[in-house]
Structures are given as structure tokens and as C-alpha cells.
Design a protein around this ligand. Structure first.
Ligand code: SF4
Length: 180
């Protein structure tokens, strides 16, 4: 699964939604097949399972977050009744995406603005950390210097990973799946 750092989670709405779902989804402890129609499943059988999935969703504490994420993920097809997410069938999700198109565009744009600022902040911190002299702190002797270097290297690696993660996501949205 795609993992977010705590800094990213604080800064992007999408990550917050996903974290809430990871922590509290009722479907996490149920049979995941309940939420998806199987190939060739008769409509009558699927209707019963779909109703049961929606019932579970309606008791789920993060249903609203799940619905918002499903809409952002563009889940649901107006012509195919084969899934449930966030308490809505696939066709209902598709309809909600149309009725909430303006709101969805606004929140996704807001995410990207926030993400862009976060990318700038992380890049500045990476440059600052890379330019620091870990031996510059006078107290503590050799052992402390070694700890400082280790700490700095870990921080630099974490920053570089976060930056790479954001760039991968941005490039994927722009149509490039692979980071150059
Ligand atoms: S609302 Fe439904 S699909 Fe979403 S996390 Fe909860 S149980 Fe799962």
C-alpha cells in the first residue's frame, strides 16, 4: 500500500482521508468481496450483497471520508453496477461525481497548492540539512559526532523520500507513470 509520511499526512487532505480509513474502516475486518460484484453474478444475488455492504458502510465511522476519497479516485461507472464504496453504489458514485464536480475540482486544486508548498518546504530543508556540518556541534566528543552524522543522514534520506513521493504523485497525475 502507498504509505505517507506524517508530514505529508498533515499537509494533504487526501492523506488525512486515507489515514482515517486505514485506522477505522469497518470493511477492514469484513470479507472484502462483499463490496464487489463477482463476474457473472446474477443481479438478484448482487442486490442482496450490495444492500448488506451499504448497511455496513452506513454504520462505518469514516463513511463521509470514504465517500470523498472514492469521488476523488473517480470510482464508480454510470453504466456498471458492480461495487460499493463509502455507502454508495458505483452508479451512485458516478452520479455524485457529476453533481459535485465543481466542489471536487476545488478540493483537488487546493490539495495541489498545498502539496506544492510542502514540496518547496521539504526542498529547502533538504538543502539546509545537506549543508550542515554534523561535526560542528562542539559538545559530546566523537560518540556524539557519530550520532549527529547518523541523525543527519536519516533526516536527509527521509526528506529525499518524501520529495520523491510527491514528485511521483505529481508526475502520475500529469500522465507520466515513471519518474525520470
Ligand atoms: S464507508 Fe464502507 S467502504 Fe468505506 S471504509 Fe467504511 S465500510 Fe469500508
Amino acid at each position: 500500500m502507498h504509505r505517507m509520511t506524517s508530514a505529508l499526512a498533515r499537509h494533504t487532505r487526501r492523506a488525512v482521508l486515507q489515514s482515517a480509513i486505514d485506522a477505522s474502516a469497518h470493511c477492514a475486518t469484513a470479507d472484502p468481496d462483499l463490496w464487489f460484484r463477482t463476474d457473472g453474478e446474477p443481479q438478484i444475488a448482487w442486490q442482496a450483497r450490495r444492500a448488506e455492504a451499504i448497511r455496513v458502510c452506513n454504520g462505518c465511522p469514516i463513511r463521509a471520508a470514504c465517500e470523498e476519497l472514492a469521488l476523488r479516485d473517480r470510482d464508480g461507472n454510470p453504466r456498471v453496477d458492480d461495487m460499493v464504496r463509502g455507502g454508495l453504489s458505483g452508479t451512485q458514485l458516478a452520479a455524485a461525481r457529476t453533481t459535485q464536480a465543481n466542489r471536487l475540482t476545488a478540493v483537488v486544486d487546493a490539495d495541489r497548492d498545498t502539496e506544492g508548498r510542502l514540496l518547496d518546504d521539504l526542498s529547502i530543508e533538504l538543502r539546509t540539512q545537506s549543508g550542515l556540518n554534523p561535526d560542528g556541534r562542539r559538545n559530546g566528543g566523537r560518540l556524539r559526532q557519530h550520532e549527529n552524522r547518523t541523525e543527519q543522514n536519516l533526516r536527509i534520506r527521509a526528506l529525499a523520500a518524501s520529495i520523491r513521493q510527491i514528485r511521483i504523485a505529481r508526475r502520475a497525475r500529469a500522465g507520466w507513470g515513471v519518474v525520470a
